[in-house]
Design a protein around this ligand. Structure first.
Ligand SMILES: C[S@@+](CC[C@H](N)C(=O)[O-])C[C@H]1O[C@@H](n2cnc3c(N)ncnc32)[C@H](O)[C@@H]1O
Length: 279
């Protein structure tokens, strides 16, 4: 669905989640973590527990899952989301940089699309290594937002992609975003924390719109920008946002009459890095 995967409405991959977290990704997660009966597995930055539900569908018996998230409302939503799924899972509020667990208590650990939001990434990865048992697996999945590609067949569309980049960076107060380029830096971060990098797997995520999008897509794009502007955007973001809104209107006006010659392409890459705690 076009509105669900849209780099023009969000600086992160959260709207793309449905597009890439499929059965192949869940199986990759399970193959990587190698869960065995009785294993304890930690999800750092579990959000609303969707990963736990997906893992539960694999019916790996007697695995004990623990999910933590910085935001209490997410933890509560995760408990609710998983309640009817017959899982051995517990959730708690905790910061990735100060995990409330003893050294080496988890057999494996995963963290998906979280480090891009964390200020002290080194501290978080060191915590991943600390709470994982020797020879245990750690999986971190992060994007590199500079690997994003956006193309439109109309001039206002190409300008909209440029403005979305500057608008979302101005909103976050980051000009270049060291954190948004975290994906390909994970092997280095792992090595520095005593995790031996074993594999890097790329998960491409793409969308092609051929023919102009529905009115609802344009509406949701404009609403996303208006929402961001209302929620206390800094001055730099305010003026870029106003130009961005005008450009989205011009983009719709160019796209609609273009008919089947209209094309818009969005593409990005997720970097999944697998590490093993050194003995
Ligand atoms: C994009 S969501 C990903 C959620 C989940 N991993 C998934 O893939 O569905 C990012 C999550 O990281 C959490 N988060 C951000 N900073 C965190 C921190 N320092 N410690 C723990 N969780 C954090 C957010 O609250 C949010 O739930």
């Amino acid at each position: 669905m076009a509105a669900a995967i849209d780099a023009l409405t969000s600086p992160t991959l959260k709207h793309l989640r449905e597009a890439w977290w499929d059965d192949v990704f869940t199986e990759f997660l399970a193959e990587t973590l190698k869960p065995r009966p009785g294993n304890r597995i930690l999800d750092v930055g579990c959000g609303e527990g969707l990963a736990e539900v997906a893992i539960g569908r694999l019916h790996i018996s007697q695995v004990r899952l623990v999910g933590v998230d910085l935001v209490l409302s997410k933890v509560l939503a995760a408990s609710q989301e998983t309640a009817s799924h017959n899982l051995r899972v517990k959730f708690a509020a905790a910061d990735a940089c100060r995990l409330p667990f003893r050294d080496g208590v988890f057999d494996s650990l995963y963290s998906v699309a979280v480090l891009q939001h964390v200020n002290d990434v080194e501290a978080a990865v060191a915590e991943f290594a600390r709470v994982t048992a020797p020879r245990g697996r750690v999986l971190a999945v992060e994007p590199d937002n500079s690997a994003r590609y956006g193309f439109s067949s109309t001039p206002a569309g190409r300008r909209a992609f440029e403005l979305s980049r500057s608008f979302f960076s101005a909103l976050s107060g980051q000009s270049d975003g060291r954190r948004s380029a975290i994906g390909p830096n994970l092997p280095r971060l792992f090595s520095e924390s005593g995790l031996e990098p074993l594999d890097v797997r790329l998960f491409p995520v793409s969308l092609t719109l051929l023919g102009p999008p529905d009115a609802s897509v344009w509406k949701s794009r404009r609403e996303a920008v208006e929402r961001a502007l209302r929620s206390g955007a800094p001055d730099a973001a305010q003026w870029i946002g106003r130009e961005y809104l005008e450009t989205l209107t011009a983009y719709e006006a160019e796209a609609t009459p273009a008919g089947s010659s209209f094309v818009e392409i969005q593409h990005t890459i997720l970097f999944a890095t697998v590490g093993q705690k050194i003995d």
